[in-house]
Ligand binder design. Structure first.
Ligand code: NAD
Length: 302
């Protein structure tokens, strides 16, 4: 069997089109567009490239975007004051603080200072709690798990009653996606198992999975014989395993590999996400959706 590819690059385009259309409609009816601020402290090249992509995407869908660059030696108090300013700015619906922050700043303190109603990353404890309660309580699911669930839904994979096995228990992927899949509702109602480094028989758990979600950060961790024939395999892992010269640009680029042995797995699975081009493009896409949702909550449209 050759698995159906679930391409994040294609789903991203669909969702960004939908967001753009909705932003236009809201602008016509209510005279406002979503506002997103990205706070970047320092000038790490990786952080700059993430922020640039977020700003570019926000611009594409018609948001007002503010890029607020701060020096690497900004004090914690000044950064907290800046967040407070945006918390009280009516034109801003989403606040992003690009991580990591310099060592002299307490990351947790900064993230917790963001108004939960503008926390479009979904990392504030209030939003983590809302996600756990589920249903109408949920405001901003964290973007990578939100993207994973959306991919499963749009691929038409049945989740109700499905055995879902999540490899990894991080706060940004493993735990939230497990929590989302177990809730009542569309794209969920699953029976969920989380496995991790202390799990006794990883293979046996994975072999039961109708939907296998792997977020471990270990290249080729999941072997083809761990996959149930016809299963949906979502590979979240992004591992740099070397470098190559890009045929398009002639520049040196990273060779990326997922957590699943893709070439072998695609012959067994029913659905599979590639790396790159699978889950990766979904994260920023869902960040845009969360920012749009933030404005809709404010306008009473949700
Ligand atoms: P993390 O390191 O915080 O967590 C990894 C988890 O995997 C841990 O809970 C650990 O117990 C588990 N794990 C590690 N090795 C294991 C093993 N051998 N057997 C069983 N469990 C094992 O990582 P994370 O932040 O959740 O990210 C996981 C992967 O997903 C990374 O490759 C990361 O780059 C990628 N990621 C991609 C996106 C995206 O595409 N948008 C977003 C977030 C993370």
């Amino acid at each position: 069997m050759t698995a159906k590819l679930i391409k994040g690059t294609e789903i991203r385009e669909e969702i960004l089109e939908e967001i753009t259309k909705e932003v236009q409609e809201i602008k016509e009816k209510h005279g406002v567009v979503p506002g997103l601020v990205t706070i970047l402290v320092g000038s790490s090249p990786a952080s700059i490239s993430y922020v640039t992509l977020k700003i570019k995407t926000a611009h594409r869908v018609g948001f007002t975007e503010v890029q607020d660059d701060q020096p690497v030696d900004i004090s914690e108090a000044d950064l907290l004051a800046l967040i407070d300013k945006y918390n009280n700015d009516d034109s801003i619906n989403g606040i992003l603080v690009q991580l990591p922050l310099p060592k002299h700043i307490d990351e947790k303190k900064v993230l917790n200072a963001i108004d939960p109603d503008k926390d479009v990353d979904g990392f504030h404890p209030v939003n983590v709690g809302r996600l756990m309660i589920g249903g109408d309580e949920v405001k901003f699911p964290p973007c990578t798990p939100f993207g994973i669930q959306e991919m499963i839904i749009r691929a038409g994979v049945e989740t109700s009653g499905a055995e879902v096995v999540v490899v990894g228990r991080s706060n940004i992927v493993g735990k939230p996606i497990a929590n989302m899949m177990v809730q009542k509702g569309p794209g969920a109602n699953s029976t969920v198992t989380i496995v991790h480094t202390r799990t006794k028989d990883l293979a046996a758990h994975c072999q039961r999975a109708d939907i296998l979600i792997v977020a471990a950060g270990v290249p080729d961790l999941v072997k083809p014989e761990w996959i149930k024939p016809g299963a949906c395999v979502i590979d979240v892992g992004v591992n740099r395993v070397g470098e190559k010269i890009s045929e398009k640009t002639g520049k040196t680029i990273a060779i990326l590999k997922g957590d699943v042995d893709f070439d072998a797995a695609k012959e067994i699975a029913g659905y599979i996400t590639p790396v790159p081009g699978g889950v990766g493009p979904m994260t920023i896409t869902m960040l845009m959706l969360n920012t749009l949702k933030s404005l809709k909550f404010k306008l009473g449209l949700m």
